[in-house]
Design a protein around this ligand. Structure first.
Ligand code: GTP
Ligand code: MG
Length: 277
């Protein structure tokens, strides 16, 4: 979605379950405005409260769009993909299959056989191979999508790239760095809560963020030796937030420990997972 709209509004990492919210990315040109909706994946292990929320967020988004772009890794089809296809196929919308990461296929002549293989799985409206990383074939997908969108008035000012608030984006960019830098050591028990966000008279944006984790061990992993890891998380996130806002940012972070927060509905609501009931 970031590649399609030409702006980074949805965070990414190697770890599964990076996307935890329904995130809109808006693309406006002279001819059209298209609103893309990025969703969490659908996960079978819906044990803790958060996983149930993620699945619900993903499934409800499926029913409110004109077209579903199901993105899979071009190299392999997984049982998880089959589950998602069951849900996508049960909607009224047309489902297109996006074979992503073709840059990792190795040989260009492997693309057509892959398309032939996946074609048997469902009556996809289109099957589009591309690479979100290199941008290869993204413009082709955009042209195809623009060609089938229903006509209607545009809902957003042309310069707007998402309906997410700046506060939400700031929290997400911090969470992205946590996932990227300590994602292997701290599975999923982190959340970011923006305590304050204010713009000073001189234009500098001052942000105070609480990073929640489950226990003291995770706390010390997040902080790192002499606080170096937390510093890296902060400086990389700050760079991203500055780029997004186009303003100078001052970022201060605190680590908070609360056991079982990912199963605590009040806490989930506090950090932005409001659809828990
Ligand atoms: N080589 C390559 N890597 C890619 C491409 N697209 C995405 N990635 C990488 O794949 C990883 C997962 O990407 P995400 O966008 O976070 O994946 P997702 O499907 O949204 O996953 P969740 O949000 O966790 O459900 C990241 O490390 C990306 O950098 C691509 O076209 N080529
Ligand atoms: Mg994602």
């Amino acid at each position: 979605m970031n590649g399609l709209i030409g702006n980074k509004v949805s965070i990414t990492s190697r770890k599964p379950q990076t996307t935890r919210h329904r995130i809109q990315g808006i693309c406006s040109t002279d001819e059209y405005q298209i609103v893309f909706v990025d969703t969490p994946g659908i996960h079978e292990s819906a044990g803790v409260a958060m996983n149930k929320i993620l699945n619900r967020t993903a499934r409800s988004s499926l029913n409110e769009v004109d077209l579903i772009l199901m993105v899979v890794d071009a190299r392999r089809w997984t049982s998880g993909d089959t589950r998602v296809l069951v849900d996508a196929g049960a909607t009224e919308s047309s489902v297109w299959l996006i074979l992503n990461k073709i840059d990792l296929l190795g040989r260009p002549d492997l693309v057509l056989p892959r398309i032939d293989q996946v074609r048997r799985r469902y009556d996809f409206g289109e099957i589009v191979p591309l690479s979100a990383k290199t941008g290869d074939n993204l413009d082709h997908l955009m042209t195809l999508v623009a060609g089938v969108m229903p006509e209607g008035p545009s809902g957003y000012p042309t310069q707007q790239v998402t309906d997410s608030s700046d506060v939400f984006i700031a929290a997400e960019f911090i969470r992205e760095q946590i996932f990227r830098l300590v994602g292997d050591e701290i599975p999923y028990e982190t959340a970011v809560d923006i305590r304050s966000f204010s713009e000073r008279k001189d234009g500098l944006v001052s942000i105070e963020a609480d990073i929640w984790c489950e226990n003291k061990r995770q706390r010390s992993i997040l902080i790192g030796d002499d606080g170096d890891r937390l510093k890296t998380i902060g400086s990389k996130a700050r760079e991203q937030i500055q780029r997004y806002l186009g303003k100078k940012v001052y970022l201060e972070q605190w680590i908070k420990v609360k056991k079982g927060w990912a199963d605590d509905k009040r806490m989930l609501a506090k950090v932005g997972y409001s659809r828990w009931e």
